[in-house]
Design a protein around this ligand. Sequence first.
Ligand SMILES: [Zn+2]
Length: 236
Amino acid sequence: MLSQFVNYNHQCPLCNEPLNLYMRWQDSLFFQAKSVERDIIQFDAYAGTETKAGTKPELEALSGESMLLGFEGDKALTEFTSNGLANEAKKHHIYFFYLCNPKGIKQKGFADFSISLYKGCYYRSTPFYEFKQSEDKTWALDTVNPDFKEIVNKDESFAFNSIEDNLEKVYMMNLDHEKKETMLWYYSVTEEDKKVKGFRPKLFEKSVPLLSNRPKLGREDRARLIERFDGWIIMS
Ligand SMILES: [Zn+2]
């Protein structure tokens, strides 16, 4: 549920930095949550930067407009600063995500981006939402798939490393609550490897059923978590 997603946590469980909140309209605009006043979140539209592929003038015109999101109980209430933005909202699938380190977002082209979990540290996202019209003709955010209505975090992912004797070990995990699957990734690189241009470490990848409890991620629990990862890696 969106209200629970917004409030699930506001600090990174790995490094304690404040999390940043974003909203993405598929194939359209990208938003960053700005001020939060009296429980109303203001999402400012960002159309992206011009690339060789060109720009989309209709999206560029909406850059700087905002969507306001608030809650009445569990019900999401939205408002837009322009009709143009409200109309655009109805055309796209929408999801929200929190990211620890904004450096994890890489602009890929106009109105497109990718996320590096290694740089981003911690990430969690909602299922897809869309604006649906109810019988009283009002529009409200609802999950695209009704089966996913109760899901708080669709994906919850994190990455961390440990460096020992010139060897960096990188551990990553994603908990997917729609597929009910946990993905694990692991690779290691030496300082020498990093100097080789285009070096691609051998990536270990494993899928296990969804963990019933997300492991503790804090620094004080890190050694135990690494032990658990090493167990999964050895078992495969
Ligand atoms: Zn973090």
